[in-house]
Design a protein around this ligand. Structure first.
Ligand SMILES: Nc1ncnc2c1ncn2[C@@H]1O[C@H](COP(=O)(O)OP(=O)(O)OP(=O)(O)O)[C@@H](O)[C@H]1O
Ligand SMILES: [Mg+2]
Length: 271
């Protein structure tokens, strides 16, 4: 009867039977293995649904923020123009007021963009590009930070969206820097290794590692342990990597964390 009740979205019980014959216990064994597999699928499904729910919410938030922005901007600009004609008006105050408002509106705009980028990450515009060159270039902005770069090959060509790839790198490096232990200088290493059918890009930091209690959540949108974090970085990174048909995982411990991206080299033009 337990077999009748098995289902993907339920807590399934394993069968424990003493004195079973060899045939029966082999069936029971495979049933119990199936339960394990089922549990894994259910977990995966739940996570995907959660991520989708967040994307939906992010879209709505972005929409809500964006809606009033254009009229607000127009009103302020009108106001600015009107009062610049009247000489007896306190021009300094008006200018200050308008500037402040405009600044706030632009900040709101940026927040909205961050959300909507996450929710509707545009399908990547894949162009044949040199991964080594793009990666090395995007590391240059981390001026004054100890970032080492190595690559097994001088050039590695594959189909990439350059802008999205820069975001992946920036996010992972930023996380690495922010993870540094108190009083320690952050050290980051980026390594590209080309294998036969794939290329691996490793982001190694000397930070405090990811505690086990949060390990299942780090890729979830809006999950953050930082006071100023939005928790969107790794969600965006994962989306981009997935849309490049790649995968991302990490290894972590007391000495730091390594994020490893694997991109496929199959069906890529040869060089
Ligand atoms: N290299 C790392 N070392 C240690 N912890 C990390 C590392 N990268 C991510 N984390 C953990 O995963 C959480 C989620 O990371 P994510 O990049 O998605 O968001 P965030 O960095 O908190 O905020 P945001 O990227 O939006 O500014 C972080 O708050 C941090 O706890
Ligand atoms: Mg981050």
């Amino acid at each position: 009867m337990k077999i009748d009740q098995t289902g993907l979205l339920k807590q399934n019980e394993k069968i424990q039977l003493k004195n079973a014959t060899r045939d029966i216990s082999s069936i029971i064994n495979s049933y119990n293995n199936m339960i394990d597999e089922l549990e894994k699928s259910a977990e995966l499904l739940a996570r995907t649904q959660r991520e989708q729910a967040w994307q939906e919410m992010a879209k709505q938030v972005a929409h809500e923020i964006k809606n009033p922005l254009t009229p607000m901007r127009l009103t302020v600009q009108n106001f600015q123009r009107k009062f610049s004609v009247k000489d007896d008006y306190d021009k300094g105050k008006v200018a200050e007021f308008s500037e402040m408002l405009l600044e706030q509106i632009d900040t709101m705009s940026e927040v909205a963009n961050a959300f909507s980028d996450f929710a509707t990450l545009p399908t990547p515009k894949l162009v044949e590009s040199d991964l080594v060159k793009i990666t090395r270039r995007s590391l240059e902005i981390f001026d004054g930070i100890d970032v080492k770069f190595n690559s097994s090959h001088k050039e590695i060509y594959l189909q990439l969206d350059r802008t999205q790839w820069i975001r992946v790198i920036t996010n992972l490096i930023q996380n690495g820097i922010q993870a540094s232990k108190q009083g320690r200088v952050p050290k980051i290493e980026v390594t590209i290794i080309k294998e036969v059918k794939s290329v691996k890009i490793k982001f190694i930091d000397n930070g405090k590692g990811i505690p086990e209690s949060i390990q299942s959540k780090v890729f979830e949108p809006k999950f953050t342990t930082k006071t100023k974090g939005m928790g969107l970085g790794l969600g965006i990174v994962k989306n981009i990597v997935n849309s490049h048909n790649g995968s991302i995982k990490y290894e972590t411990g007391k000495k730091g964390t390594i994020f490893i991206i694997t991109l496929s080299l199959l069906n890529q033009p040869h060089h």
